[in-house]
Write a protein that binds this ligand. Structure first.
Ligand code: PPE
Length: 318
């Protein structure tokens, strides 16, 4: 990891040094994966910066808490303010934002209820998730031999730390076989999602994506792309998709906060379309970046300004 020691991390209402944000090895989360978290991005928008869909990310975080019976001590607007404060304090123009709430150090044993909740918000500059070239050239992926978890096992709607053990298996298998990413099927054999991305398929100019019932994380980028695609006049269908549609699709792409919109150029060594980014993907990418970077009017209310909305001094160096 690059040196982040100059950054401050928000912890239970205070800003602390990056290097002081440590926990005890006997914390509940270390043994049992009891955390919920978010990932959002702050983009530079002309003279200001803005967090993309801050409210929706905070709401998903609070939903994850609710599913796991975590009583978050902070209200929605307090968490939103905390995110903005952390970015401002660190004077970042663009960054990734990782709020995390977990069961800390208290009682030992599976029962989580005797452990205090700890809330942290870290911010740092995080570049392109699947490599520099990925956004233009696309990535090579495989279908994973690992399925996404079955309904009523690990709740897929929660963005919980423990869920990412499944993602790690998918990712490690893909990387071991020299793919950039793996796509998991659900337990019924339908397409679910990548280890850290939702997936879209373009076939005959219709945009398809698996529904929430396919054990996916309800991605906020996914929702944004559905909105943008419909706005551009595309038909968008949320439906169970068989594996082989990936081999005959005109275009395939991933969506996610970290991955943004990343084209998929091959699946299991079968070229997708012409084996490079397709025109619909390119159009959606362009439109997406226009919105997140504030180049297009914020018609959907997706941007929360970071600096101009505050009484704090404006960002230096802009
Ligand atoms: N599915 C999974 C499993 C997932 O982890 C993500 C985000 C998504 C879909 C897309 O969701 P959204 O970001 O709301 O559009 N993965 C986050 C973490 C990646 C990581 O390696 O850490 C992210 O993209 O921030």
């Amino acid at each position: 990891m690059p040196d982040h020691s100059n950054l401050k991390i928000w912890h239970n209402g205070e800003l602390i040094n990056w290097n002081d944000a440590t926990i005890h090895v006997m914390s509940h989360v270390v043994h049992y994966g009891s955390s919920v978290f978010e990932g959002m991005r702050c983009y530079q928008t002309g003279n200001d910066s803005a967090v993309f869909r801050l409210r929706d990310h905070v709401q998903r975080l609070l939903n994850s808490c609710k599913i796991y019976r975590m009583e978050c001590p902070y209200a929605e607007d307090q968490l939103q303010d905390a995110v903005l404060e952390t970015i401002r304090f660190n004077q970042l123009k663009s960054c990734y934002v990782r709020p995390i709430i977990f069961r800390g150090y208290g009682q030992f044993g599976v029962n989580p209820l005797g452990n205090p909740l700890e809330t942290y918000i870290a911010v740092w500059e995080w570049g392109k998730y699947l490599g520099m070239e990925a956004l233009e050239q696309g990535v090579d992926v495989c279908i994973s031999s690992w399925n996404r978890f079955a309904p009523n096992t690990l709740p897929a709607l929660a963005k919980a730390g423990g869920n990412y053990l499944n993602s790690q298996l998918v990712k490690m298998e893909a990387v071991a076989n020299r793919y950039q990413e793996g796509v998991a099927l659900d337990v019924h054999g339908y397409i679910s999602e990548g280890s850290g991305e939702n997936i879209f398929i373009v076939l005959n100019n219709v945009v398809h994506t698996p529904p929430l019932t396919a054990s996916i994380l309800p991605g906020i980028t996914r929702d944004s792309v559905i909105t943008i695609a419909k706005d551009l006049g595309y038909e968008v269908v949320e439906t169970m998709l068989p594996r082989e549609i990936l081999y005959v699709a005109d275009e395939v792409f991933f969506t996610g906060t970290a991955a943004e919109i990343t084209p998929v150029r091959s699946v299991d060594h079968v070229a997708v379309g012409r084996g490079r980014r397709g025109p619909v993907t390119e159009q959606l990418q362009k439109e997406f970046f226009n919105y997140v970077e504030g180049k297009k009017q914020d018609r959907f209310g997706w941007l929360t300004p970071v600096y101009s909305s505050s009484d704090k001094p404006a960002l230096k160096g802009n």
